[in-house]
Design a protein around this ligand. Sequence first.
Ligand code: FAD
Length: 344
Amino acid sequence: MGENCGMQIESGASLKPYNSFGLPAVARTLVRVASDSDVRRVVDHPELGTAPKFVLGGGSNIILTRDMPQVVLKVEVRGMRLVQERDDAWIVEAGAGENWHEFVAFTLARGWPGLENLALIPGTVGAAPVQNIGAYGLELKDRFESLDAVDLVTGRTVTLHADICAFGYRDSVFKHSLSNRTVITRVRFRLPKAWQPVLGYLELERKMAETGNHAPSAQQVFDWVCAIRRAKLPDPLVIGNAGSFFKNPVVTIEQCRDIIGRDPEIVHYPMPDGSIKLAAGWMIDACGWKGKSVGQAGVYEKQALVLVNRGGAIGSEVMLLAQAIQESVYGRFGIRLETEPLVV
Ligand SMILES: Cc1cc2nc3c(=O)[nH]c(=O)nc-3n(C[C@H](O)[C@H](O)[C@H](O)COP(=O)(O)OP(=O)(O)OC[C@H]3O[C@@H](n4cnc5c(N)ncnc54)[C@H](O)[C@@H]3O)c2cc1C
């Protein structure tokens, strides 16, 4: 371990504790960054400055298949605060290294609702805009105000609004031209005072029917979302995983009609733009993958969209399993599933 103006540089750091799948890999160099000036110190450093970088949050959306020659920047910027109260909204800011779920709980406890549908998504606040996290009918972009990011070439902090971020379904500019080019250090959210619960999602409708509560508070929605997620998703602290392993494919209505003609039961959701989202988990299950394994990498018994570490799995086993699933889904439905986590 070396020091440079207070900056901690670790050599040969194990990344196993820093990825939720629990995959083994070693970073040649790992630097923890807790502020914009920490990032600038890396940019100005004689060796690290020009080396390729990899920005790491909580490691819950990455699949490590090899050791990392890049300089891994582990983002640990802290702090959560109200930055502005407007007539129509609270603007709340969090450091990129804060735990996402704790931030959601913090906003609710302060009486600023709006993020409750996104409860219990693992990872950090800073990674949330990268794939425009979404769940239960809400996406980050619906509550996004702006973010601060440090450019890894110039060392300058810039403030970016939604137009530059180019949010899409599990997508943003940070997965493309700005990938490992910037470190997001703070994110601000616009939480509307005229709050309305977002309840269009089937499992939330079921909760309303079961409880007879058709006008739930934000806290109630938060509790329902946590209960639904705990019942069907494995806790990464117990069973290593990276959440949904594949994106739900989006197809045209003609393609969908064709597939329904052959498989009338396929689970699908109409999208506002007229396209159709197909349930990837349903297709994987239909191909008989639930509970199957390759080495120590397996398909979760309760949800075929989630691949899990049955203990001591390595990245290549996970990718072999993923490829076998992709091939059988393609063979049966003619659809190529794309991986959702970043394969490193
Ligand atoms: C059990 C489980 C359930 C999940 N459920 C959902 C869900 O419902 N919806 C959903 O959208 N996702 C879900 N995920 C995926 C994951 O939680 C999110 O993608 C989360 O935002 C990843 O955060 P992280 O800090 O772990 O990011 P990491 O895995 O560390 O990084 C992910 C990507 O973001 C980049 N990145 C990370 N931090 C920064 C930063 N500060 N600046 C710039 N780039 C950065 C990385 O380089 C990488 O490309 C789930 C994962 C698990 C394990």
